[in-house]
Design a protein around this ligand. Structure first.
Ligand SMILES: NC(=O)c1ccc[n+]([C@@H]2O[C@H](COP(=O)([O-])OP(=O)(O)OC[C@H]3O[C@@H](n4cnc5c(N)ncnc54)[C@H](OP(=O)(O)O)[C@@H]3O)[C@@H](O)[C@H]2O)c1
Length: 253
């Protein structure tokens, strides 16, 4: 019989997009399971809040401020994580976010570039920076944070859907490269998770969105964190290159 929950003690985890929402939830859950967690984002105060929450609960965490669309910041993040806690074997690349929905003719090049940078280039830089040490150690698990918007038709913007679909492809490509070293890379594709944006919507709107899901509710940060824990842990040791839909039954591929 396997244990009820996996123990991540002595593992070092880095979570980008760890200052809020889904990333913060994954960081807290990893720390609860014993991992030493480095949380990264640009908002120092928000990072300090997450670290405070983890340490108050008896966990171990460190805040690393950085913009993951910048190569130097990502390298600095890796160096800081290794200096503070040692070799990193768990990575959750969650940084990103949606953009305003516009008809394509009204899309600006600037919005296209910033959205691709935040959601796709950030993951490329993060994976490229953290992967070599994992391959050398022959140990590691990575999750990227895609979206159901990159999976099938959605109401999201063109750059966001393109970035999230690209991220699934990047994840598969890196998974194939890393597999012979025993390092696994998987994507999660959430849909309608209650983080700041949805939490701010009126209850009637949220209820209406929820009714569009076969499971008749919105997703929670905990729904995504549990999926991430599975994909980062040894229980998914035979799973790599997949995109796991955490989407209340709305995406069935
Ligand atoms: N919530 C949903 O329904 C949903 C659905 C599908 C996919 N997703 C994806 O899941 C991820 C998290 O979503 P969320 O709802 O938790 O979003 P959120 O609450 O807006 O948080 C976004 C996180 O990404 C970080 N971030 C964004 N750009 C960054 C950059 N350039 N450098 C460093 N950090 C950056 C933010 O940190 P700072 O502000 O501190 O920089 C923040 O921690 C995103 O990739 C999003 O696209 C969310």
């Amino acid at each position: 019989m396997s244990e009820a929950s996996e123990d991540f003690t002595n593992r070092v985890a880095v979570v980008t997009g760890g200052s809020r929402g889904i990333g913060a939830g994954i960081a807290v859950t990893l720390a609860r399971a014993g991992a030493r967690v480095v949380v990264c984002g640009r908002d120092q105060a928000a990072l300090a809040k997450v670290v405070g929450m983890i340490t108050q609960a008896g966990g171990v965490a460190h805040a690393a401020t950085g913009d993951v669309t910048r190569e130097d910041d990502v390298r600095a993040l890796r160096d800081e994580a290794e200096r503070v806690y040692g070799p990193v074997s768990l990575l959750a690349a969650c940084a990103g976010g949606g953009g305003e929905l516009k008809p394509l003719a009204e899309e600006t090049l600037e919005h296209w570039r910033t959205t691709l940078d935040a959601n796709l280039t950030s993951a490329f830089l993060t994976l490229r920076t953290f992967l070599p040490a994992m391959l050398q150690a022959r140990r590691g698990a990575i999750v990227t944070m895609s979206s159901s918007a990159g999976r099938q038709l959605s109401g999201a913007s063109a750059p966001y859907t393109a970035a999230k679909a690209g991220l699934q492809s990047l994840t598969r490509q890196v998974a194939a490269e890393a597999a012979p070293y025993g390092v696994r890379v998987n994507a999660i594709a959430p849909s309608a998770i209650i983080t700041d944006r949805l939490a701010a919507a009126p209850e009637s709107v949220r209820d209406q969105i929820a009714m569009g899901f076969p499971l008749r509710r919105l997703g929670t940060v905990s729904d995504v964190a549990e999926a991430a824990m599975f994909l980062l842990g040894d229980r998914s040791d035979w799973i790599t290159g997949v995109t796991l839909d955490v989407a209340g039954g709305r995406v069935m591929l």
